[in-house]
Design a protein around this ligand. Structure first.
Ligand code: AMP
Ligand code: MG
Length: 520
């Protein structure tokens, strides 16, 4: 394999001097060298050709034994030194100390077409950061990460990417429901790709340990390598750095809100410093529109990471990052200014996003109210978010009376659209129609714009589960079908109309469809 390898991270950041693979606290170092685990019978079951091209890997190479071995950790390429990063994090609102790459191993960095990429395996064995766990991943969670990260990219949402999905050939013991019934599942390894996997927690750990020296080294490194446009590191550069991280984080979350994506575990160790969606675990997609929904069973009681709370959590996490960076600046005010700006920008951007979903080009005063009342009717009846917005694009000015009929297929139960609720819906359509009269675009033009921001196809929770069930039986066709479907989420795909459908009733309360645990 002829790759253009770089060593930016291992050459410029302090390494853990201890080379043993024992689980421990790793001090004064950003990473530890590790060796991926040899697996029993590695087998690649899917690759992203797009990512192969992005990395400069020639077509056809994915069929070679070397590709299989490298991207499952069974062969370490000459001239490379795999490593796991040290980081900490706030989990569910509490400082959790050192976490680190417990089952992620960075293989190498590649530069191709002036872009830098880190190639990382998830599930390739223990590291010093594995704590009490095994460093492995199972097929079900790996399929979910592999499909969803590529789907998010094609939705235009900042995200880490994926190159390959493989079986390790080993069995992995998991208590999926945390109910004392562990079972063996197929082990799997995803190769994930990103310019960087640095997280908020990567900085927090050094602040918590009052290791200002390592923290400064890491922040300066981050700016030089990933935020070059900010210039030479200095106090004001640190503030600009924080400001940009805050903006990117907000932009990412606004995108999540737009498509109904719920991350599920927005702990600070799962917040990318580049504002990318990272660590696909118990995430889910809204079916019925509901601000209170969370897919994560571990979060069922407090619903900290529910759909409607994601923007607040983004801000809470940024406070933690600000606290970590503070010692480099020693002034609170500039951080506070940026955190305040997040709130005002959120209001503005969220409104802009909702306007775009409704096909409103101009800004009109009553828009907030129009949007609020829509959110009320949407939540009042169980209404499929994706289908609703897609059908709404067919609305014709002057035809408010046909509104309910137009979106009929978005309702989960038809009783939902009788009585007072029907009246509320009708009132809303009347207001929407009245508002559209101010717009200049024709019905067709508005529809085209709306269809560019309201996806037709998303990775519904039950779709991923169907692919998982098949894959557990050795059939990978559905993985390929969904992978291809989700490459064009905004396009009409007449041959794929069956995926433009509400969640089937059997999936309403099924594990893996509406309930997901962190066990992966
Ligand atoms: P997550 O909630 O998946 O982001 O994981 C939180 C922390 O637990 C991270 O430090 C992970 O590396 C670690 N972790 C999760 N699963 C495993 C596993 N099977 N083996 C080792 N570490 C793990
Ligand atoms: Mg994580």
């Amino acid at each position: 394999m002829n790759l253009n390898l770089k060593h930016t991270y291992i050459d410029n950041l302090p390494a853990d001097a201890n080379l043993e693979n024992t689980r421990r606290q790793v001090k004064n170092a950003c990473f530890s060298f590790v060796s991926p685990k040899q697996t029993k019978k590695p087998e690649i079951i899917h690759v992203s050709h797009e990512m192969m091209h992005a990395l400069g890997i020639d077509d056809g190479l994915n069929k070679t034994p070397q590709f299989t071995n490298v991207f499952t950790g069974n062969e370490v390429l000459e001239g490379t030194k795999p490593f796991a990063m040290c980081y900490g994090g706030h989990q569910f609102g509490h400082w959790a100390g050192q976490l680190g790459d417990g089952r992620a191993i960075n293989l190498f960095e590649i530069e191709h077409e002036s872009k830098q990429w880190m190639v990382q395996l998830k599930g390739a064995g223990e590291t010093p950061y594995s704590r009490s766990a095994d460093g492995l991943a199972v097929l079900r969670s790996s399929i979910r990460e592999y499909l969803c990260s590529e789907a998010m990219h094609h939705l235009g949402i900042p995200t880490t990417r994926a190159l390959s999905l493989a079986l390790s050939g080993d069995e992995v013991l998991r208590d999926m429901l945390y109910d004392g019934n562990p079972e063996y599942e197929k082990g799997a390894i995803v190769s994930r790709i990103s310019p960087s996997f640095l997280r908020f927690g990567s900085y927090e750990i050094f602040a918590a340990r009052q290791d200002l020296k390592t923290m400064k080294t890491l922040v300066d490194f981050t700016i030089k390598n990933h935020f070059q446009h900010l210039g030479t590191p200095s106090k004001s550069t640190y503030i600009n750095f924080f400001s940009e991280v805050a903006q990117r984080t907000l932009d990412m979350i606004i995108h999540w809100q737009r498509v109904g994506f719920v991350h599920g575990v927005m702990n600070t160790d799962n917040m990318s410093i580049l504002g990318l969606t990272i660590d696909y675990g118990p995430y889910g997609w809204l079916e019925g529109f509901d601000f209170g929904w969370t897919p994560n069973t571990t979060d069922r009681e407090h619903k900290r990471y529910r759909y409607g709370n994601q923007p607040n959590i983004g801000l809470w996490n940024l406070y933690q990052l600000a606290n970590a960076l503070y010692p480099l600046v020693e002034e609170a005010e500039p951080f506070e200014t940026n955190l305040e700006r997040y709130k005002t920008d959120f209001e503005k951007k969220s409104l802009g996003m909702m306007r775009s979903k409704l096909g409103l080009q101009i800004e009109s005063e009553g828009d907030e109210k129009l949007i609020e009342s829509l959110e009320e009717v949407l939540s009042g009846s169980e209404t499929d978010m994706t289908i609703f917005f897609r059908l709404l694009a067919n609305f014709k000015k002057g035809n408010a009376k046909d509104g309910i009929k137009l979106i009929h297929d978005a309702f989960y139960t038809s009783e939902d659209i009788t009585g007072t609720l029907a009246q509320e819906w009708q009132d809303w359509f009347d207001r929407y129609d009245f508002r559209l009269a101010k717009e200049k675009l024709s019905d067709e033009e508005r529809k085209a714009k709306m269809n560019g921001v309201n996806p037709k196809y998303v990775l519904r929770n039950y779709m991923a589960q169907l692919a998982i069930d098949d894959a557990n039986n050795g059939n990978y066709e559905l993985i390929d079908e969904l992978f291809n479907l989700l490459k064009q989420p905004y396009s009409e795909q007449p041959e794929n109309e069956k995926w433009f459908a509400k969640r089937p009733e059997w999936a309403r309360d099924k594990v893996g469809c509406s309930m997901l645990s962190c066990s992966s």
